[in-house]
Design a protein around this ligand. Structure first.
Ligand code: MRU
Length: 349
């Protein structure tokens, strides 16, 4: 069913009556509420505050942000409208630096806008491109699911970190999409999710969406990963990615690297699932900005301070897992295996 017609399905982001409607992920798991954005500034604010988060969802939300900028504009000629779109592009670009989908989506929509010759054509093209990206995201997730499910065996206990599920995409999910597909094939699986300190995407979001779908899920503190792996309680690890480099380096939620080291030490497979829109073929690891988020995420637990005042805090939101720790990268074109410089080149050129 085309994306624009999926009105009865629970979508992380949808386009309704010239507005972007998003699930407010800051309120989960306690309340399932929605935020309506009618300006690109509000979309940018929602991306910054993690109302919408997860690399593919951020990309699609930003594309809709440009669509809002185009639709709301009073520009009377194409060049005026393109100047306004450039302003929106900059504001949306400056929201989160690590997920490459943001830049991929914004650049793709801008290119489409620049190739039009009237105000109406730009407006239509920008919105159509954003809608197309939303649909492509769902399709890519389903394809990743069917490729990735072959890696999962009946009875597997699978660890995931953060949330690479329906909530991190338009629908279905990348890493969790693979687990959904495995379950749809009749495999019995149980999923163990880390809490994912400090923002708790694992316990708040992954547990929420898997429970809602009837998938067996347990939550563990981040600090329990080593113990469970050492006790043989985890057969596989599957995570998402914010950016995958040509070399196979995977940028993902902080803590992913230590999970990969533990998986390697105990010889269990570690997989990343990422659509091709999360690949960055130009950068080297040191050229990618790792987002540093507010100290409040670390020093506060709800309304309670848990770090003494005056103590230094670091809060990097992402880390880098090197290719030698990764057993396979699941994409919509198949499962890529080492050496990644070769397998990635075969798929992406
Ligand atoms: O800070 P977040 O919640 O946006 O981080 C999300 C992740 O790290 C996900 O694993 C990644 O974006 C992949 S989502 C399919």
């Amino acid at each position: 069913m085309p994306y624009a017609m999926r009105s009865n399905e629970l979508l992380t982001i949808s386009w309704k009556d010239n507005a972007v409607v998003m699930i407010d992920q800051t309120k989960l798991p306690n309340k399932l509420t929605f935020v309506k954005c009618t300006t690109y500034e509000k979309v940018a604010d929602c991306i910054k505050r993690l109302v919408v988060r997860g690399a593919p969802a951020i990309g699609v939300a930003a594309a809709f942000g440009l669509a809002l900028a185009a639709i709301k504009s009073k520009a009377s000629n194409p060049s005026e409208l393109l100047v306004e779109l450039e302003t929106a592009f900059k504001v949306l670009t400056n929201t989160r630096p690590t997920a490459v989908n943001l830049f991929y989506a914004l650049e793709r929509v801008m290119q489409k806008a620049k190739s039009q010759s009237s105000v109406k054509a730009i407006r239509d093209a920008v919105l159509n491109e954003a809608l197309m990206m939303a649909e492509e995201d769902i399709q890519a997730n389903k394809q990743m699911g069917s490729f990735g499910a072959s890696l999962i065996q009946d009875g597997d206990s699978v660890l995931t970190h953060c949330n690479a599920g329906a909530l991190a995409t338009v629908a279905y999910g990348t890493a969790l999409g693979v687990l959904r597909a495995a379950k749809q094939q009749g495999k019995r699986i149980n999923v163990i999710t880390t809490e994912t300190r400090p923002v708790l995407q694992g316990s708040r979001l992954t547990a929420f969406e898997l429970k809602r779908d009837g998938i067996d899920v347990s939550v563990i503190p981040d600090t329990a990963v080593g113990s469970l792996i050492a006790r043989g309680m985890i057969k596989k690890v599957i995570v998402g990615a914010d950016r995958v480099l040509r070399t196979g380096h995977v940028f993902n939620k902080i803590g992913t690297y230590q999970v990969a080291v533990l998986a390697n030490k105990h010889k269990i497979p570690f997989y990343a699932a990422a659509p091709l829109s999360s690949f960055d073929l130009k950068s080297s690891p040191d050229q990618v900005t790792i987002e540093e988020r507010s100290f409040d995420e670390v020093v506060m637990m709800g309304s309670k301070r848990v770090v003494p005042k005056g103590v230094r805090v670091f809060n990097p939101a992402f880390d880098i897992t090197p290719p030698e720790l990764i057993s396979g990268i699941i994409t919509e074109k198949g499962v890529l295996t080492p050496p990644y410089d070769v397998s990635i080149k075969m798929v992406l050129g």
